[in-house]
Design a protein. Structure first.
Length: 300
């Protein structure tokens, strides 16, 4: 009987187009993946991967194994979801992954009306990085994801919409808070609060600074939008995010948002993502439509 672990490695290699890339995503040594696939090839007496230039692709046998693994895993996830429904005695489950800067808008504009219509549905909501969201959607581990930032061309169904501008968010007492807009050059001289590189927002900021030949050298780095906002509200530095992300503290007068004067900052996008092969429940479909309509309208 074939073991699942080597086949899971083969599946990841096929998805990511290389052993090293798959190893980086899984957090394992590339030699572990190579050994497992080689052992599987010897067991089956069939080649499972082949190199084409700089990429690795699956052979026909490898593709058959990979597809069977994906289908089996999707069935297991569905079973786990059904068991979770029984455990919580709910009317179904919807899993959503979301970028940290979108949480407040999501809760206010989406979850409130959704919960009125589907009060018995269990919502599994988690904040994730861009890569974590893409992996979860591609692998069928979440119903949908709401991401912010540059996304490239992933093999997922997506609905994109404008979500800018990116602003310099600071305490009202900061000397720059009265500016109409702030240039990257002026920002570079300030104490800045960065997010980790996994955030789509931080990728935008890095590109803004690179385009002007500037070094982005933050005074702080954190992995939560709420932490960045608290540091900024305390007057310890300037954070960069959309005014919507900082909305709760802007509303209470603890923060001000000043647009960054750069084309990239004016062209930011959100992306609503789903796996085109994943079948939605009625509740998931309704949530998807709320996100498509609600977030697009709030971006105007």
């Amino acid at each position: 009987m074939l073991q699942e672990k080597p086949i899971s490695y083969l599946y990841e290699v096929g998805i990511h187009g290389g052993i090293r890339r798959a190893a980086d995503i899984l957090g394992v040594n590339p030699s572990v993946i190579s050994r497992n696939i080689s052992r599987l090839e010897r067991e089956l007496q069939l080649p499972l991967i082949e190199r084409r230039g700089r990429t690795v692709v699956l052979t026909e046998a490898g593709r058959l194994l990979s597809e069977d693994y994906a289908e089996s895993r999707q069935r297991r996830h569905k079973l786990a979801s059904q068991l979770k429904d029984l455990r919580y005695m709910r009317g179904g489950t919807v899993a959503v992954k979301i970028g940290g800067g979108l949480v407040s808008t999501f809760v206010e504009q989406i979850m409130t009306p959704f919960s009125r219509i589907f009060p018995q549905v269990f919502v599994d909501l988690s904040v994730a990085s861009m890569q974590e969201m893409l992996d979860a959607v591609i692998h069928g581990e979440t119903d949908m994801a709401l991401a912010f930032g540059p996304i490239g061309s992933p093999e997922v169904k997506r609905h994109s919409f404008y979500w800018g501008p990116v602003c310099a968010v600071m305490s009202p007492q900061h000397p720059l808070s009265s500016q109409q807009c702030i240039s990257p050059e002026l920002l570079a001289d300030q104490r800045l609060i960065a997010l980790t590189e996994h955030f789509g927002l931080q990728q935008y900021i890095n590109e803004i600074f690179r385009s002007r030949g500037l070094n982005f050298t933050p005074a702080y780095r954190c992995n939560l939008f709420s932490t960045a906002m608290e540091l900024s509200a305390a007057g310890l530095g300037i954070a960069c995010m959309s005014a919507k992300a900082a909305g709760p503290l802007i509303a209470t007068g603890q923060l001000m948002a000043v647009p960054i004067a750069h084309p990239i900052a004016q062209e930011t996008q959100c992306h609503l993502l789903r796996n085109s092969d994943r079948r939605f429940t009625p509740a998931a479909h309704h949530l998807w439509q709320l996100l498509r309509n609600g977030f697009s309208e709030s971006a105007l």
